[in-house]
Design a protein around this ligand. Structure first.
Ligand code: AMP
Length: 286
């Protein structure tokens, strides 16, 4: 069934999605998929615009995926702003919103998962959210199989997630090109995130210490400072600013294997930190 919401078509189930994609395919159009959990912001919009450069047709999926949240996490409280999201996507000129229900994605009896291995899934988010990548890989695999796009776009904001998805697509020979897009930031450097709306005014100001610490740490590493003390200093700086740090680590930019010493290879700083009850993640190229 296709509905029209705020001037954009909305597919609620796999049948409607596939029927639309089939029409586009028959017309020879390329298709891009942008998976999201809604509560859209300029970071999501930039993914859609890049999708439009890659393909004649863009699908934005909106699904708050229960299986990637632990029972203690913010699934119930996660912001849901469907009408505003649709209006924004209509204004950008996306072609279809795919907003399946939980019953469509996980019908009674559903019992399969996609579990991704390799260094990309070791540590970082996986150490703090052990359910997360299996939840993400399973839902992204389903979305890719359901919509069969030529390209799918993901933000570098969730850097480890992007590498895990690349790994899954390679391992499973899924016929899709994965593109990673630059992180869109607020004027003070804070990476845009649907979760930023949880921040109080004071926390919002403090949150800008994250990109500042990453930027300075990356600059020091590039200038030849030794990683261990440089990362310790950045961790201490964030803790002094009021964060409870889950991790701040230096990893190989592609494999995400831990990096103890830089020798010209592209590396990435990755951080997760809590301010109050809000957990923020970010990363920076070195
Ligand atoms: P989410 O709705 O938070 O699950 O994110 C959906 C997609 O948007 C993911 O691929 C994210 O990495 C991407 N994304 C989220 N925030 C940003 C941002 N600030 N800049 C670029 N992409 C982003």
């Amino acid at each position: 069934m296709i509905h029209a919401s705020a001037a954009i078509a909305v597919a609620r189930d796999v049948g409607a999605l596939r029927a639309t994609v089939k029409q586009w395919r028959n017309a020879g159009d390329k298709v891009a998929l942008i998976p999201t959990m809604g509560a859209l912001h300029e970071g999501h919009a930039s993914l859609v615009r890049q999708g439009q450069e890659e393909a004649r047709r863009t699908i934005v999926s909106i699904f708050v995926n229960p299986t990637q949240f632990a029972p203690t996490e913010d699934f119930a409280a996660y912001p849901r702003t469907f009408e505003t999201d649709c209006a924004m996507l209509a204004a950008i000129g996306a072609d279809l919103v795919y907003a399946p229900t939980a019953a469509v994605m996980y019908p009674p009896g559903f019992s399969s998962t996609v579990s991704v291995g390799g260094p990309a899934t070791v540590g970082l988010e996986d150490a703090y959210r052990p359910q997360f990548f299996t939840g993400v890989a399973t839902i992204v695999a389903k979305l890719l199989i359901q919509s069969a796009p030529d390209v799918a776009l993901f933000g570098q904001k969730d850097y480890q997630q992007l590498q895990v998805i690349r790994h899954m697509v390679r391992d499973l020979d899924l016929p899709v090109t994965i593109m990673g897009a630059e992180t869109i930031r607020e004027p003070d450097g804070l990476a845009m995130s649907s979760r930023n709306r949880y921040l109080s005014e004071t926390e919002r100001k403090t949150a800008a210490f994250i990109p500042a610490a990453l930027r300075d740490c990356a600059a020091a590493l590039r200038d030849g400072s030794a990683p261990a003390p440089t990362l310790s200093e950045a961790r201490a700086r964030l803790e002094r600013a009021g964060f409870v740090l889950d991790y701040l680590e230096l990893r190989d930019a592609e494999t995400l294997a831990p990096v103890a010493a830089l020798s010209g290879q592209p590396a990435r700083l990755l951080v997760a930190a809590k301010i109050g009850t809000t957990r923020l993640i970010d990363n920076w190229a070195v």
